[in-house]
Design a protein around this ligand. Structure first.
Ligand SMILES: *[C@@H]1O[C@H](CO)[C@@H](O)[C@H](O)[C@H]1NC(C)=O
Ligand SMILES: *[C@@H]1O[C@H](CO)[C@@H](O)[C@H](O)[C@H]1NC(C)=O
Ligand SMILES: *[C@@H]1O[C@H](CO)[C@@H](O)[C@H](O)[C@H]1NC(C)=O
Ligand SMILES: *[C@@H]1O[C@H](CO)[C@@H](O)[C@H](O)[C@H]1NC(C)=O
Length: 943
């Protein structure tokens, strides 16, 4: 009776032979019942007789399943309704859209309609009237030619396990109970109440892979979820396809196996946590895989015997609940996601895959993969995909050689590129921005869009239902306000399972140029240099040789005028050319060819064609430790932290409690983040001493392009502003911190702090308060008023950080306090930052416009040093999001003169740096910074 089942465990059919198995099982059970007194019965076969256990069929089922590959049932895409369909969801027609389908390698664009019904995409393209007439309750959206794409898919997120705002009770990212724990599941820690779900949906995200953290070599299993809230309100309800048994550990053979996902991590993170080195971590991988391999071999041997009826002495089926998931990796049923950065680690892992014969779905972070594509191709089974950040690098040794050209180089080598968020490391709401940057630096448009849709869907084994706009796929669709690769692209609507997610989307009209794939500069030379110098190409600017540098074919010229930026020239007529003539680093003429004739510079000038570019004020950065360190995670490369009089015993030698650290004393020049910022048009950086506590010290302004402090013009202003921070959870209570500030401002304080405080009280020095909470800001507004009344002066005060400032926009405006938003696209990272003004499409105004509308001087900044190079995109985004309320000149001011004003840096309009951009103005993706005009240093740097 056992004949007819597969005879070995190795040639099982792809799908479990479920009906037949169950029927046979019933036969076995009824026979067993007949022989009721014993749990062993004797089966006759034509060749031999053996002891067959009562649960023989169950074991044989298990054996059959061992070699079944995961995936949907073969008829999956014939389904009429999604398993996630919510009854009552109206069918929806998106009419007249430009549809990026993800098909044909991401090259297919259809102009037409998309019909959603039953939680599925029913039709794409031209849809006949008689089809539409079968619906009487169709919701119709006229896209008017706008772009639609599949929902954005994030291959690497910690949504829910690292929830927002961050609380002690909500970090369920890692277990610290062991270095290799394949048995853990992110699903078991998934918080359904994170504020980030809704925000990410507002950025077009529909599906994410939630992974455990990287504290362990094997951190456990990930879970693929859709972000929309469900009626069940549970983590289980969010799952896209459950790869786990619902009621036990034995998979129901009547269901298709689904892909599992597992986190691995090599290199620094597991090492740091376990006091390991790389050689320990790699051994822990080998040990774990050897354990799994032994179990797999014993199962296979067991099943070989069982299926040929040799039951005698066979005992129980060999299995181990802790290791079954890793055994499944060896059986090719798990997508392995490997946090792995450096060449040494990548090489180790590729050897491991060949030693134990398993595949890696993707290397994540993977900052050095572009240096070793051939190694990746040697991985067992298939080359891993590579999941990257676009410009977030250099934060630790492993990331030091990270390159913005990695996506392009990997694609040129035929490897699959994914852009990922590592949310909340990057806010996944803006995952598409990573693809936009990758495109800017050379990843082809089709692959850039695929890198956040179809490619991650394919890598996680879900490309049978998400990541594409295809008939029969899940109805996860985004309607965009511009081409998705245009900077600032924002959803006008997001559908998940056919359900519109934005209740009242706010939109603005984008410039018509934004409806096309953005142009981009040529970075061939830079990409070659990244490879040639193994990720560390020389970045130092070169001073121009000639005294006269002339920029021709200039479309617009912006100059600073006091506290603002004005467009002083614009080439109006077709073919009109602007000219900017510089001599010894100073602009001597800017205007038309007639206004600035060549007689001004003769024929000894070096002439640069800006191809319709611009000359504009250099940008200014504040908010990160740029200039006070190289590699954030390496103590030997950073300035370190100021001692704090509220919490530390300050040594007498530095003056006890009245000591003040001055950032100018700790400046480091030539750091890669500073040079990259300079090459991206940031000509002044302002930095305050790093502090964990109340008193930070004196900030300084410097040129990120200078070689050292003693070079002419390297230090723009040695002492800028006095900085303090007031935060919840910082140690002493907030009221203690405020009373410390009050005491400082009311009592006599000894020098040197006393001197600075005196200047603050007289309004001669700006007091910058790092503050996020509106409640703390309210107390500070009162305190300011109180001191001003006592002193009869006006205090210059700036709130920096200031996530919740919009709640007090009017009061802040009345108190004449400036606001420097270090997170111009806000995120509720901590409790005191939680009441954000989210911006489009969730709110009509952004925090920036809300404050501007109340006459507040607003500037934008950053939090981490790598972000400095993206300053021009931040400014541009603010303007785009305002729908024209913020002009280009005002956007430039947000990231230049306003930063200086709010940080107490006084710069002469004529002496301040300018930048020259080719192929567009500094706010456009099409442009590249090619020159820096520095009157104060008397040079023009050509980049
Ligand atoms: C689609 O929208 C574009 C842009 O608004 C418009 O020019 C065109 O006429 C529309 N086509 C149809 C078929 O409605
Ligand atoms: C799991 O158990 C529940 C309740 O006993 C039952 O309704 C359901 O069918 C079971 N599911 C599976 C997959 O066996
Ligand atoms: C100026 O730049 C535009 C835009 O790149 C280009 O089309 C044009 O040919 C350039 N003109 C000259 C004179 O180089
Ligand atoms: C902002 O300033 C302008 C000009 O001084 C004034 O007319 C306006 O009322 C102010 N707005 C607010 C909200 O204070």
């Amino acid at each position: 009776m056992l004949k007819g089942l597969p005879t070995t465990a190795h040639d099982a059919p792809v799908q479990p032979p479920r009906r037949r198995v169950w029927r046979l099982l019933l036969v076995v059970i009824s026979l067993a019942v007949l022989q009721s007194t014993t749990n062993v019965f004797y089966a006759q076969s034509s060749t031999h007789t053996s002891e067959v256990p009562l649960n023989a069929q169950e074991i044989l089922d298990k054996c059959t399943l061992l070699n079944v590959k995961p995936g949907p049932p073969p008829d999956f895409n014939l389904r009429k309704q999604s398993d996630r369909f919510v009854a009552g969801t109206p069918p929806t027609l998106i009419k007249n859209a430009s549809i990026w389908t993800g098909r044909v390698d991401g090259l297919e664009v259809l102009h037409g309609d998309v019909l959603l019904d039953g939680g599925l995409i029913k039709r794409v393209g031209h849809i006949e009237q008689d089809v539409l007439e079968t619906y009487d309750d169709l919701t119709t959206i006229d896209a008017a030619g706008a772009w639609v794409s599949p929902g954005i898919v994030d291959l690497h997120s910690h949504q829910g396990v690292d929830s927002s705002p961050e609380l002690r009770g909500s970090d369920d990212t890692n277990s610290l109970k062991g270095v290799a724990q394949p048995w853990l599941r992110a699903l078991d820690g998934l918080n359904t109440h994170s504020d980030a779900y809704k925000l990410s949906i507002a950025g077009g995200l529909t599906t994410v892979l939630v992974l455990p953290g990287s504290a362990n070599a094997i951190g456990g299993q990930g879970v693929v979820i859709k972000l929309r809230p469900t009626d069940a309100r549970t983590p289980t309800g969010l799952m896209l396809e459950s790869p786990w048994e619902i009621n036990g550990t034995v998979y129901d053979p009547s269901l298709s196996l689904r892909w599992r996902q597992m986190k691995h991590a090599c290199g620094e993170n597991p090492s740091r946590v376990y006091g390991f080195t790389r050689i320990d971590t790699t051994w822990s991988f080998r040990q774990a895989y050897e354990t799994a391999r032994k179990i797999m071999v014993s199962q296979d041997e067991y099943c070989a015997k069982a299926t040929s009826g040799e039951w005698s002495g066979l005992g129980a089926f060999p299995d181990d609940l802790q290791w079954e998931a890793l055994v499944d990796v060896l059986r090719g049923r798990v997508k392995v996601h490997n946090h792995c950065y450096e060449t040494v680690d990548l090489d180790d892992m590729v050897r491991l895959t060949n030693e134990f014969k398993f595949s890696i779905a993707a290397f994540h972070h993977a900052h050095e993969t572009y240096l070793v594509p051939d190694t990746l191709k040697k991985a067992y089974g298939h080359p891993p995909a590579v999941a990257l950040f676009a410009s977030n690098a250099r934060y630790k040794r492993e990331a030091y050689r990270g390159s913005e050209f990695a996506p392009r180089i990997l694609a040129e080598n035929g490897l699959s590129v994914v852009m990922k968020s590592d949310h909340p490391v990057l806010d996944s709401r803006f995952l598409l921005y990573e693809a936009q940057q990758a495109h800017h630096y050379g990843l082809p448009a089709n692959l850039a869009l695929a890198s956040v849709t179809s490619t991650p869907a394919t890598v996680m084994g879900m490309d049978h239902r998400i990541g594409f706009i295809k008939t029969g796929y899940d109805a996860d669709i985004v309607l965009w306000d511009s081409h998705p690769l245009a900077l600032g692209a924002t959803p006008k609507q997001v559908w998940i399972d056919g359900i519109a997610q934005l209740e009242h989307p706010y939109t603005v009209t984008k410039p018509s140029a934004a409806q096309h794939v953005p142009e981009r500069p040529n970075f061939d030379k830079e990409a070659d240099a990244a490879l040639k110098y193994e990720g560390l190409p020389p970045l130092e600017p070169v001073h121009a040789n000639s005294n006269f540098i002339v920029f021709r074919n200039v479309s617009s010229v912006y100059r600073r005028q006091g506290q603002s930026v004005k467009e002083v020239f614009r080439a109006s007529a077709e073919g009109e050319e602007g000219v900017v003539v510089t001599a010894d680093g100073k602009v001597v003429c800017a205007g038309s060819m007639v206004e600035c004739p060549s007689s001004l510079y003769g024929n000894h000038a070096e002439i640069l064609n800006l191809e319709g570019g611009a000359v504009a004020p250099g940008l200014v950065t504040y908010g990160s430790p740029l200039g006070l360190g190289d590699i954030t995670a390496e103590r030997s490369t950073i300035d370190g932290y100021a001692l704090d009089p509220l919490t530390d015993e300050i040594p007498k030698i530095i003056g006890g409690d009245s000591a003040v650290a001055a950032a100018v004393d700790g400046l480091q020049f030539g750091t890669r983040d500073a040079l990259l910022a300079y090459r991206a048009g940031v000509t002044t950086a302002i930095v305050a001493p790093e502090s964990y506590g109340f008193l930070s010290g004196l900030s300084t302004a410097f040129s990120p392009g200078a070689k050292h402090k003693l070079e002419k013009g390297a230090v723009v202003q040695a002492a800028a502003a006095l900085h303090i921070g007031i935060h919840y959870g910082a140690g002493p209570s907030v009221s203690t911190q405020i009373s410390a500030l009050r005491a400082l401002l009311r009592a006599e304080v000894k020098r040197p702090l006393g001197n600075l405080v005196k200047k603050v009280k007289k309004g001669e020095m700006t007091l910058v308060v790092e503050v996020e909470s509106a409640d703390i800001m309210a107390s500070l507004i009162e305190l300011k008023k109180d001191i001003e009344e006592r002193e009869g002066s006006t205090i210059k005060m700036t709130f920096a950080g200031a996530s919740e400032a919009h709640l007090l926009a009017k009061e802040i405006g009345e108190a004449d306090i400036g606001v420097l938003l270090t997170r111009p696209r806000p995120f509720p990272g901590t409790w005191e930052q939680r009441r954000i003004m989210p911006g489009l499409p969730l709110s009509e105004t952004s925090a920036i416009t809300a404050l501007i509308d109340n006459n507040v001087t607003v500037a934008i900044g950053i939090e981490e040093a790598w972000q400095a190079r993206n300053t021009r995109w931040d400014a541009s985004w603010a303007a785009l999001e305002s729908g024209g309320e913020i002009t280009k000149a005002e956007a430039l001011a947000l990231a230049s003169v306003h930063v200086e004003k709010l940080l107490g840096v006084e710069v002469d309009d004529i002496e301040s740096d300018l930048i020259a951009t080719q192929g567009g103005d500094p706010l456009e993706f099409s442009s590249k910074v090619v020159g820096i005009i520095s009157p104060r240093r008397g040079v023009v740097d050509l980049l």
